[in-house]
Design a protein. Structure first.
Length: 262
């Protein structure tokens, strides 16, 4: 026989099984709750902290695109103009890629009604309008450098400057406003997730504490109910072998002595 076979393994009572099930259930519930909170924290970091950083980069890249257009307006030669504007497609693709990457994340609606899907579409529309206006400015500047006369060149330059100021400028402001509104929505949704996580942790803590007190009281109650039975068993074990409890109380039995017959 092995060592485990020689060890006495007591059979658990119904009360012990009940308490064990309660402890396991509370532990499982607490583990599931903490796992959900951990998942929410990861989402907040990957989709909101990093997402807000991407949005800030989009705003900076859009301003850089705008500054490139202004530098193209101030170019002194066609060669400088081409050198300056050759980076515009790359800058535009970078901005659109950042928007697509953010839109691919799990977009949500806050409890106050602010919608990330609607705001990201608003940013897309404002960017498309701005890029369209900026492309018109670049086309006018390209025509300027291919004009046949100085008067035509001057007229095209003036038209490009007016378009950049009166048309592309306001659309750039709309892009900034749309990005600011989206950032406010992101902050609102992140606040909702933080509040939900806080409530979940508080509910889990109260359940854990309340369950612990309940199990402790249940253990004391069941222990009190088992105690009289255990005391009787211990008293029975203290009696000599072959002696009943009644004999132990009444004292030793006396055998009657038969009378002598004469």
């Amino acid at each position: 026989m092995g060592l485990l076979d020689r060890l006495p393994i007591p059979k658990p009572t119904g009360a012990q099984l009940l308490i064990s099930v309660l402890i396991a259930g509370i532990g499982w519930y607490s583990g599931q709750t903490l796992s959900q909170v951990d998942q929410d924290l990861r989402i907040m970091y990957t989709e909101y902290t990093l997402g807000a950083t991407d949005l800030a980069h989009i705003s900076a890249d859009t301003m850089r695109y705008r500054n490139t257009i202004i530098r193209a307006l101030e170019a002194d030669s066609e060669k400088d103009f081409e050198r300056i504007t050759e980076s515009l497609p790359v800058q535009r693709a970078k901005i659109q890629h950042a928007i697509d990457r953010y839109a691919a994340a799990g977009l949500r609606v806050s409890r106050s009604g602010r919608s990330e899907p609607e705001d990201i579409e608003s940013v897309r529309r404002s960017l498309d309008q701005y890029f369209s206006a900026a492309s018109t400015t670049v086309q006018l500047l390209t025509q300027e450098w291919t004009a046949n006369s100085p008067a035509e060149r001057e007229a095209l330059r003036r038209k490009a400057e007016e378009h950049a100021s009166d048309n592309a400028g306001p659309k750039m402001i709309q892009v900034s406003l749309a990005l600011d509104h989206l950032l406010d929505t992101v902050a609102d949704v992140a606040k909702d997730m933080r509040d939900e996580g806080t409530k979940t942790i508080q509910a889990s803590s109260m359940t854990l504490v309340g369950g612990s007190f309940f199990i402790a009281l249940l253990n004391l109650f069941l222990g009190q109910r088992r105690k009289p039975v255990d005391d009787d068993s211990d008293a029975a074990d203290d009696l000599p072998s072959g002696t009943t409890g009644r004999e132990h109380v009444d004292g030793p039995s006396v055998t009657p002595i038969p009378s002598e017959t004469h």
